[in-house]
Design a protein around this ligand. Structure first.
Ligand code: MCN
Ligand code: CUM
Length: 806
C-alpha cells in the first residue's frame, strides 16, 4: 500500500451508504423546475376532461341533458352513468369491499360528486361544456351528522344496498351501517372496569381533514387502438395496483396496460385510491381514440378525493388508584361518507386502529368500530395516517392525559408507570399485535431531560398561581405524547389489497463498468427514495450511491410492488433492496474467489470488495467484479450481475417516539404561541438522518396544521365549508414553529437492516402533543377535553366556557 491508498474511512465515506446525510439527488431537478409531473405529459391531439359536479349533498337526478353541451365548440363527448353502463363501468369496486359510483347513477350522495364527464379539445372548452350540461335534481334530506346516521328515521343513502343485511365485513345493523369491527375480549374488559378504582370516559373526536398535496390528483390516458394497449400516466402511490384494478374492471389484458407514475408533487395518502377521473379518462380515450387528460383543481381535490379521519372515539380507561392501567374500552363511530372507499388492507375495515393500546401495558382491551354512511365525500385513509394509527394514537394519548388529570398525577409520570418495558419485547398486545422492539423508558427520559420537563412543570405551576392572582392573562400548557406506530404492511398472512399479498420488491442490475440501476415496487412522492434506496445498496455491495440509479413508478420495468403508503417502503421494499443486494454480493463472492483463485470461504467482505482472509493485499473491488461478471465468470456460471427480491415481511415494524409541546395561550384572544416543540423519534436503523429529519419536519408541520386549524367542515345541508385554501389552514413559514429533533435507535430485530418506517410518525405523534398542550393549559380550570382543531376562536370559546374571559 502506498500513501495514496484511501483509508477504510475514506472508502466508506465515498460510498455515501447508510447513516450518511447524503443530499437528495432528486432535488437537483425539483428545485430547478425540471421535474416531470403528470401535467407535463402533453401528447399530440390530447383532449381534456372535466366534471359536472353536484351542488347538492343528497338529491335524486331526474334528468341529464347533454344536447347543448355537445354543441359547444370543442366539446367532443359527454359521459354520464348511462354511457358508462354500456361498458359496465357506471360503478367501480372500492378497496374496502364496497362499490362506488363513477358517475352519479340515479342520485347524488355528496356535494361536488361527479355527475358527467365533458371531453373537449382544451380545458376551457370543457369548462364551457360543463356549464351547458343541464341536470335536473330533486333535493333529498341530507344526512350530515354521523351520530344520527343509524336513527330509525334517518334517510336511506345507499339505495343500491337496500335490504342488504351483509356487507363486506359482516352484518349491517341499519340501512346506513357499513360494518361493525370488534377486537379484544369484551367480557374481561368489562370485568376490569367493574373492579377498577378509577375510570375515565370521554368522547374524543378526530375531525375530518384533508392531505391537500401541492399537486392534485391527475392522469393522462392514451389508448392505442391498433395495439390494443392502454397507457396511463398518473399520480399513483401504487402504480402496479392501479394496473391490476384497471385490468380487472376493463378486461384489457394486464400486459397491455402500462401504468407510469412520473414525479409526484406530494401524496400523503391522497393518491392511493382509484378515482372516477381515472376511469372516465380511460373510457374517454377508448371512445375518442385520442389521449385524454384529467387534472383536478384545488377545490375538487379538497372536496372529493380522499379525506382523512372523521373518527369519533368514546374512550374509557380503567386504572388502579396508584395509576396502573387495567383496561381500555373504545367505541368508534366512523364517518365514511357516501361510499366506503377507505384504502386499507382488505381485512382491516378500520385499518390498524387496534394499536389503540399504544405504548402501554394494558392487560385487557376491547375495541368496537361502527362505520356509517353520510352525505359526505368518501375516503378516510389518507394523510400520514399509517392506516388509522393517527386516530389510535390521538385516542390513547388524550385518554392517558385525562386519566392523569383524574388521578392528580403528572402525565409523563403516568406514562412511565405504564410503558411496556424493554425486556417485554417482543410484546403481545391485548388487541393482537406483536410489537417487535422498543425502549420507551429510555426515549421518554431522554426527552424529559432535554427539555427540562421538571423545570417546565415548576414554571407552569407558578404561572397558574400568577393567573389566579390576576397578574397574567396567559396560560401555559405542556403537551406530552408518546406514540407507538405500526408500519410495514405487510405480512401476507394478514395483509392484502384485493387479494394481492402486500410484499414488495427490488431488482438490481449492475453494469460492466461498476454502476447500476435498481428498480423498486414503491413510488416516492417526495420521500427521497432515489437517494435513500441507493444508500442501502451502497452499504450492502460497496458501489457508491452516486453510481446507482433508482427507478420507480413504471409498471413495465419495475418488479411488482404494492406501492408507497403506510410508511411501508422502508420496512418492506427497504428489506427487498437489502436482500436483492445480498444476492448480488453472494454471486460477486463466487466471482471474486474465482479471480483470486481461492475458496469462497477464504474471502471476507471489506467495505467495497472482497479480501482474502490473512492476505490483505489480495483484494477484488466490486467494480472489478462487475467487469468480470461480463467476461470471466467461473465455468458453469451464468454471466451478468443482477438479482431480484420479493420480500414478504414476517411482521410489521413498530417505530415510536416521545414528543413534547410547550404552548402559551392568551385567554382573552385565544391566540397561542408555540414556545417549543421537541420530537424524539426511534425508527430503528437510520438510513439517511437528513431525510429522516426532513420527514419529521414535514410531518410535524402537517400535525400542527391539523391540530391547530385544518378542517373539512360541512353545514347542516351538506355544503363543504373548508373547500378552498381561503378556509382550509395551510401553515406557511410564518405560522410554523421551530422543530427540535432527536432520536434513539432500537433496531427492528426481523428487518434485514433493522430499519423501521418513519414517514408518518411525526403526524401520528405530533397531533396529540399539540392537542395535549392546549388541553393541559386549560386543565387547571376544570376542563378535561376540548375538541380539535384548536384555532384561536375555539381557544377563546373554551376560555369563555370556563369562565375566565368575557
Ligand atoms: N428513512 C430512513 N431511515 C429509516 C426510515 C426511513 O432514512 N429508518 C427514509 C426512507 O429511506 C425514505 C423516507 O425516510 O426516503 C421515508 O421512508 P418510510 O418511512 O419508509 O416511508 P415511505 O417511503 O413509505 O413514505 C410514505 C409516508 C407516507 S405513508 C406519507 S402519507 C407521507 C410520508 O411518507 N407522504 C409524503 N412522507 C411524505 N413526504 C413527502 N415529501 N411527500 C409525501 O407525500
Ligand atoms: Cu395513510 S397516508 Mo400514507 O399511508 O400514504
Amino acid at each position: 500500500m502506498n500513501d495514496m491508498t484511501p483509508t477504510r474511512e475514506q472508502r466508506e465515506a465515498r460510498l455515501e451508504g447508510m447513516g450518511c446525510k447524503r443530499k437528495r439527488v432528486e432535488d437537483i431537478r425539483f428545485t430547478q423546475g425540471k421535474g416531470n409531473y403528470v401535467d407535463d405529459v402533453k401528447l399530440p391531439g390530447m383532449l381534456h376532461g372535466d366534471f359536472v359536479r353536484s351542488p347538492h349533498a343528497h338529491a335524486r337526478i331526474k334528468s341529464i341533458n347533454t344536447e347543448k353541451a355537445l354543441k359547444v365548440p370543442g366539446v367532443l363527448a359527454v359521459l354520464t352513468a348511462e354511457t358508462l353502463k354500456t361498458v359496465n363501468l357506471a360503478w367501480m369496486p372500492t378497496l374496502a369491499g364496497d362499490v362506488q359510483m363513477v358517475l352519479a347513477d340515479g342520485k347524488v350522495l355528496f356535494q361536488n360528486q361527479e355527475v358527467a364527464f365533458v371531453v373537449a379539445t382544451d380545458r376551457y372548452a370543457a369548462d364551457d361544456g360543463i356549464g351547458a350540461v343541464e341536470v335536473e335534481y330533486e333535493a333529498l334530506p341530507p344526512l350530515i351528522d354521523p351520530f344520527t346516521a343509524m336513527d330509525a328515521d334517518a334517510p336511506m343513502l345507499r339505495e343500491d344496498l337496500a335490504g342488504k343485511t351483509e356487507g363486506a365485513h359482516g352484518p349491517r345493523k341499519h340501512h346506513n351501517h357499513i360494518f361493525e369491527w370488534t377486537v379484544g375480549d369484551r367480557e374481561l374488559t368489562d370485568l376490569a372496569f367493574d373492579k377498577a378504582d378509577v375510570t375515565i370516559k370521554e368522547m374524543i373526536s378526530y375531525h375530518r381533514t384533508h392531505p391537500s398535496p401541492l399537486e392534485t390528483c391527475q392522469c393522462v390516458c392514451s389508448f392505442d387502438k391498433i395495439k390494443g394497449e392502454l397507457t396511463i400516466w398518473g399520480t399513483f402511490q401504487a402504480p402496479h395496483v392501479i394496473r391490476t384494478v384497471v385490468a380487472l374492471i376493463s378486461k384489457i389484458p394486464e400486459h397491455k396496460i402500462h401504468v407510469i407514475a412520473p414525479d409526484i408533487g406530494g401524496g400523503f395518502g391522497n393518491k392511493v385510491g382509484a378515482y372516477p377521473g381515472y376511469i372516465c379518462a380511460a373510457v374517454a380515450t377508448i371512445v375518442t381514440g385520442k389521449p385524454v387528460k384529467w387534472v383536478e383543481d384545488r377545490m375538487e381535490n379538497l372536496t372529493t378525493t380522499s379525506f382523512a379521519r372523521d373518527y369519533h372515539m368514546t374512550t374509557e380507561i380503567a386504572a388502579t388508584k396508584e395509576g396502573k392501567v387495567t383496561g381500555l374500552r373504545v367505541h368508534v363511530l366512523a364517518d365514511h361518507g357516501a361510499f366506503d372507499a377507505c384504502a386499507d388492507p382488505s381485512k382491516w375495515p378500520a385499518g390498524f386502529m387496534n394499536i389503540v393500546t399504544g405504548s402501554y401495558d394494558f392487560p385487557v382491551a376491547h375495541l368496537a368500530v361502527d362505520g356509517v354512511y353520510t352525505n359526505k365525500a368518501p375516503g378516510g385513509v389518507a394523510y400520514r395516517c399509517s392506516f388509522r394509527v393517527t386516530e389510535a394514537a390521538y385516542c390513547i394519548e388524550r385518554g392517558m392525559d385525562i386519566l392523569a388529570q383524574k388521578l392528580g398525577m403528572d402525565p409523563a409520570e403516568l406514562r412511565l408507570k405504564n410503558f411496556i418495558k424493554a425486556e417485554q419485547f417482543p410484546y403481545h398486545s391485548a388487541l393482537g399485535w406483536e410489537y417487535d422492539s422498543g425502549d420507551y423508558h429510555t426515549a421518554m427520559k431522554k426527552g424529559m431531560e432535554t427539555i427540562d420537563y421538571a423545570g417546565l412543570r415548576r414554571e407552569q405551576a407558578e404561572k397558574r398561581e400568577a393567573f389566579k392572582r390576576g397578574e397574567t392573562r396567559e396560560i401555559m400548557g405542556v403537551g406530552v405524547s408518546f406514540f407507538t406506530e405500526i408500519v410495514g404492511a405487510g405480512p401476507s398472512k394478514n395483509c392484502d389489497i384485493l387479494g394481492i399479498a402486500m410484499f414488495d420488491s427490488c431488482e438490481i442490475r449492475l453494469h460492466p463498468t461498476g454502476s447500476g440501476i435498481a428498480r423498486v415496487g414503491t413510488k416516492s412522492q417526495g420521500q427521497g427514495h432515489e437517494t435513500t434506496w441507493a444508500q442501502i445498496i451502497a452499504t450492502e455491495i460497496g458501489i457508491p450511491a452516486d453510481d446507482i440509479m433508482v427507478e420507480e413508478g413504471n409498471t413495465d420495468t419495475a418488479p411488482y410492488g404494492l406501492g408507497t403508503y403506510g410508511s411501508r417502503s422502508t420496512p418492506v421494499a427497504g428489506a427487498a433492496i437489502a436482500l436483492a443486494a445480498r444476492k448480488i454480493r453472494a454471486k460477486a463472492q463466487m466471482i471474486a474467489a474465482y479471480l483470486l483463485e481461492v475458496h469462497e470461504g477464504d474471502l471476507e467482505w471489506d467495505v467495497d470488495g472482497f479480501r482474502v482472509k490473512g492476505l490483505p493485499e489480495k483484494f477484488k473491488s466490486m467494480k472489478d467484479i462487475c467487469w468480470a461478471a461480463y467476461n470471466s465468470v467461473p465455468p458453469g456460471m451464468e454471466p451478468g450481475l443482477e438479482a431480484v427480491s420479493y420480500y414478504d415481511p414476517p411482521n410489521m415494524t413498530y417505530p415510536f417516539g416521545a414528543y413534547f409541546c410547550v404552548m402559551d395561550i392568551d385567554v382573552d384572544t385565544g391566540v397561542y404561541k408555540i414556545r417549543r416543540f421537541y420530537a424524539l423519534d426511534d425508527c430503528g436503523t437510520r438510513i439517511n438522518p437528513m431525510i429522516i429529519e426532513g420527514q419529521v419536519h414535514g410531518g410535524l408541520t402537517e400535525a400542527f396544521a391539523i391540530a391547530m386549524g385544518q378542517e373539512i367542515r360541512y353545514d347542516a345541508t351538506g355544503n363543504v365549508l373548508g373547500g378552498s385554501f381561503m378556509d382550509f389552514f395551510i401553515p406557511t413559514a410564518v405560522e410554523t414553529p421551530h422543530w427540535e429533533t432527536d432520536h434513539t435507535v432500537t433496531p427492528s430485530p426481523h428487518h434485514p437492516i433493522g430499519a423501521k418506517g418513519v414517514g408518518e410518525s411525526p403526524n401520528v405523534g405530533g397531533v396529540p402533543a399539540f392537542s395535549n398542550a392546549v388541553n393541559d393549559a386549560f386543565s387547571f380550570l376544570g376542563s378535561t377535553h376540548i375538541q380539535m382543531p384548536h384555532d384561536f376562536w375555539r381557544n377563546w370559546e373554551a376560555a369563555k366556557r370556563l369562565g375566565v374571559t368575557g
